[in-house]
Structures are given as structure tokens and as C-alpha cells.
Design a protein around this ligand. Structure first.
Ligand code: C5P
Length: 226
């Protein structure tokens, strides 16, 4: 069963404020994007990776991957368009597709294994999730609390998300509305989405604080996660 991972890495990284696309920012000397790709390849369950970068970075990104099984393509205006650009180059023999944010560079191999195993076992769509530890409230435009949400039913969603290739292609057919994750599009076409355990180390690097935490984790526990 051929498994291909699409890695959207075409974001500008404005919230990180590093003055370059987020995926190219280095963590202990290795670009986040390369760490994310190596994390996908490490468990030996992914055959090929399609990396989606800003259009003006395609030439620069290619050599970053050496002899790894990686194809680099230009992305789009939002994450959904970038993933669609990656899906467009998948061969007809692709049976399972993972979609994994470049911005989750410390994702442990076990998360990748769990997601692929669940798709192989027959689930059309699989997402790694964590319980939400904080109390969550909705607020109005003036910052006044409207309600308190029952957190026992809430989950924070990570990547890689895994799909039977045909189902993800169907979800992305046409011009999909921009979504913050891929399972959202699969939900929209009525397919069930299964959950597996995520991992705190699969957190998304969004702000400079996240980047600092990632650096500390790599230097403080390098043997375990680096
Ligand atoms: O912006 P956010 O952190 O949600 O982005 C998640 C992932 O989507 C990142 O890896 C980012 O590079 C990618 N992305 C993309 N194309 C865009 C916007 C975001 O590939 N136009």
C-alpha cells in the first residue's frame, strides 16, 4: 500500500516574526521543514513526501532534502490551496495520504505510526488528538463571556492526518472553502473521521515562544526526540 505525505510549508510565518517563511526557520541548526519531513520518514511507513513551499522558494528548497524521497512543489494563498497543490502531483498508485504541517517539527514517530495503522485498518480519515486541559469559554465582540463549553467533549487536533487517497481527493474536488485542517473537508462530505492519540511533542510552532520551547526541548532532551 503506497503511502505519500503532503507537507504544507508555504505559510509566511508572520506570527513567528522571523523575517522568513516559518518552515525555513532553523531549530538547533536544522530547518523546521527538514525536521518535519525526517519525522515522517523515520518510522519507515511513508514511501514519499511532497513538500509544498512558497513559489519563490522551490529552487532553494530542493537541495535541503539531499537523497530523501521528496518532491517540492509551489503552494497557494492559504493552507487548503497549498495542500490541493500537493495532492495534484500524487500518482494514481497512491493509496494512503498523510497531510502534515511543516510547523510541527518535533512530532514523534509513534504518532505517524498510529495514524497510518488506523487508515490501513480501514478508517477513511484519521486525526491525532489531545484532550483540552483548560476551561474553554466563548466571548462576544466586547470580550464578555457568552458561555462555558463542556471541555470533556473537546479535543485539540494535530497532524499528521491520514486519509484513504480517494476520499481526500473527493473532499478536495472543485474549489474547497479554506479550512484549518484537512479532516474538516472530509467531514463536509459526510465521511467519518476517527481519532487516535496525539502527543504534546506534536505541537505547532506558531509564535516565537513556541520556537523557544522547541529549542529547549531539543537541547534538553536531544537523545529522546532529536
Ligand atoms: O498558519 P498555520 O500555522 O495554520 O499553518 C499551518 C501549516 O500550513 C504550516 O506548515 C504552513 O506553512 C502551511 N501553509 C501553507 N500555505 C499557506 C499557509 C499555510 O502551506 N498559504
Amino acid at each position: 500500500m503506497s503511502v505519500v505525505a503532503v507537507v504544507p510549508a508555504a505559510g509566511s510565518g508572520v506570527r513567528l516574526g522571523a523575517g522568513m517563511p516559518k518552515a525555513f526557520v532553523e531549530l538547533s541548526g536544522v530547518p523546521m521543514l527538514v525536521r518535519a519531513v525526517d519525522g515522517l520518514l523515520a518510522p519507515g511507513v511513508v514511501d514519499h513526501v511532497v513538500v509544498v513551499v512558497p513559489g519563490d522558494q522551490v529552487a532553494a528548497a530542493g537541495p535541503m532534502f539531499g537523497d530523501r524521497p521528496v518532491t517540492v512543489v509551489p503552494g497557494g494563498a492559504d493552507r487548503t490551496a497549498s495542500v490541493a497543490a500537493g495532492l495534484a502531483v500524487l500518482g494514481p498508485g497512491t493509496e494512503v495520504v498523510l497531510v502534515h504541517d511543516a510547523a510541527r517539527p518535533l512530532t514523534p514517530p509513534d504518532v505517524v505510526r498510529r495514524v497510518v495503522a488506523a487508515v490501513r485498518a480501514g478508517a477513511p480519515a484519521v486525526i491525532p488528538v489531545l484532550p483540552v486541559p483548560d476551561t474553554v469559554k466563548t466571548v462576544d465582540g466586547a470580550g464578555v463571556v457568552v458561555s462555558t463549553v463542556d471541555r470533556s467533549a473537546l479535543r485539540a487536533v494535530q497532524t499528521p492526518q491520514g486519509f484513504r487517497a480517494g476520499d481526500l481527493r473527493r473532499a478536495y474536488a472543485g474549489t474547497p472553502d479554506p479550512r484549518t485542517d484537512d479532516a474538516g473537508l472530509v467531514e463536509a462530505i459526510g465521511d467519518p473521521v476517527r481519532t487516535v492519540d496525539g502527543d504534546p511533542l506534536a505541537f505547532k510552532v506558531t509564535t516565537a515562544w513556541d520556537l523557544r520551547i522547541a529549542e529547549l526541548l531539543l537541547t534538553g532532551a536531544g537523545e529522546r526526540i532529536g
